[in-house]
Design a protein around this ligand. Structure first.
Ligand code: GSH
Length: 241
């Protein structure tokens, strides 16, 4: 098996061949939090995979042929099946690879995780509204108030569950789906918004210690270099390579 180069593939780059048997392919971008969800699940489950990073500013036509929305993550199997949208890729992996089930088997618990994910999808935009607004020197106080209110709902979910993690006493799917933005909280200059959500802060601490998180993580400094280059209009997708 030839391992694809970790450097990003842009417009004009040759289309990759079919996915080799026995591996699954992830189209990704090294600093993308959505794609990190899929990387977390691949590693947590020990799934043999290869990664092709995409230049999202100058996408190859063959990539748009796989996902018409042009977003990462995208999975491709050796039989040619293509799956995109991060929560869908994660659920697919959990269903196809039986090792270390990450989604609960109980229907109500599964529903609870999906309700939390739905709530969280309304939190994600605030990470960007606040960090980008701050970088542009705008007043983001109102966004910070709304964000803090939303975070207290996450804190309440942990309080109700009476456990360290969102699904119980060990890390499950919902923790990996929520995680990537909290890894970036310091870089995004919004850690102070967690001042009144102690259970959530504790969760962040615990997640930083998770070996799977450690395996996919970038330092605050590296996240910052990427974010700054993104904000300047020339994202450095290959930073650190
Ligand atoms: N709803 C998508 C998912 O959950 O997979 C969002 C993925 C997404 O927005 N990824 C970004 C992307 O591919 C990178 S962090 N952007 C390229 C574009 O929108 O053209």
């Amino acid at each position: 098996i030839m391992t694809p180069s970790p450097k990003c593939h842009g417009k004009g780059s040759p289309a990759p061949g079919p996915v080799p048997n026995g591996v699954i392919r992830l189209y990704s971008m090294r600093f993308c939090p959505f794609a990190q969800r899929t990387r977390l699940v691949l590693i947590a489950k020990g799934v043999k995979h290869e990664i092709i990073n995409i230049n999202l500013k100058d996408k190859p036509d063959w990539f748009l042929g796989k996902n018409p929305f042009g977003t990462v993550p995208v999975l491709e199997t050796s039989s040619g099946q293509v799956i995109y949208e991060s929560p869908i890729t994660c659920e697919f992996l959990d269903e196809v690879y039986p090792e270390k089930q990450l989604c609960p088997s109980d229907p109500f618990e599964r529903a609870q995780q999906k309700m939390l994910l739905d709530l969280y999808s309304k939190v994600i935009p605030y990470f960007y509204k606040i960090s980008m607004g701050k970088k542009r020197g705008e007043d983001v106080a109102a966004f910070e108030v709304e964000f803090t209110e939303k975070l207290s709902l996450l804190n309440e979910a942990l309080a109700k569950k009476k456990s360290k993690y969102f699904g119980g006493d060990s890390v499950t799917m919902i923790d990996y789906l929520i995680w990537p933005w909290f890894e970036r909280a310091e870089m995004m200059r919004l850690k102070h918004c967690l001042a009144n959500t102690p259970l959530l802060s504790k969760w962040v601490e615990c997640m930083f210690e998770d070996p799977v998180v450690k395996a996919t993580m970038f330092s605050t400094e590296d996240h910052k270099v990427f974010f700054d280059s993104y904000m300047d209009g020339s994202p450095n997708y290959d930073h650190g390579l």
